[in-house]
Design a protein around this ligand. Sequence first.
Ligand code: GLY
Length: 351
Amino acid sequence: MPTLNINLPEKKYPILIKKGMLNHIGEEIKKIYKNKKIAIVTDNNVEKIYGQRIKEQLRNDFEIKMIVVEPGEKSKSISVLQNVYEELLDFEITRGDLIMAFGGGVVGDLTGFAAATLLRGIPFIQVPTSLLAQIDSSVGGKVAVNLPKGKNLVGNFYHPKAVFIDPELLKTLDNRFFCDGMAEIIKYGCIRDQNLFDDLLNYTKEELFEHLEKIIYTCCHIKKSIVERDELDTGERMLLNFGHTLGHAVEKHYRYEKYTHGEAVAIGMYHITKKGEAMGITEKGTKNFIKEILCKYDLPYEMPPMDQEEIIKTIGLDKKNKGQYMNMVLIKKIGESFIEKIHRKDIEVLI
Ligand code: GLY
């Protein structure tokens, strides 16, 4: 089974990738967890499709409780977090038990943050069910909830005990959410891997599905290498935020209703590359490659109408900022990215 190991000074854990893994997940969990209680946090959509299957897999060996939240970004809130804490405490969870995040990025971030903070930390595992979560958010230990002022403003670095990825689960993902994840795969191509970018540009739909396990492996491998060198996001890891600074502003402006995270990141990647070209720091023609690939995967690229002042205000709260300087991620060309320090007063040039 394709396996990657995250090796950090304080924490090591495996990422296992295998089609059909959900059908023997109980066996995998028994290898890393010897107690009985497992609290599974999921959302309504995942529960409807896979709830019964996961319960059947686990109920003979474990005492389980399902905690089900509404699907969507709005569940990454303090109030939903509070409900999750209450339900975990009703289950009489202890620091010797296990929490499972069984869902997409929202469930993973919310559950991970609950696990990181309740009782000062309960072990958890990630079983990501969306493409975006399988190639990005389940790996690397970033866990968070949103505040009304912006995305992921309350969070922590708290790594799971293991990540179990079953690409078969993506078969039930609708096209919009599949493309949502494709935006982050395209991001890996843009920042680090021109071959991946070219493959994505050339694959037919059938070829893409044929190669999905390998693509997931490639993305997790890039993420693993970056996280191992910069776990706490003070340097290289910021590259993973290519397109995200403007993307987060777009998501927030439209109240997390109009654009998915991937769609907003797609807009951010194109826009910053267009600006990079205009400033002469990105190779001419790069934005057209990005536009072509985004269109191929049904992703938007044009910045929607938004007030510049509001964008600047939202960007001002970005976690990549340091004092008077903002760290913006740009690409030199496809596969080569870098961080540009920009003074707050000059930020308009990139918007
Ligand atoms: N999703 C970006 C990171 O984990 O750093």
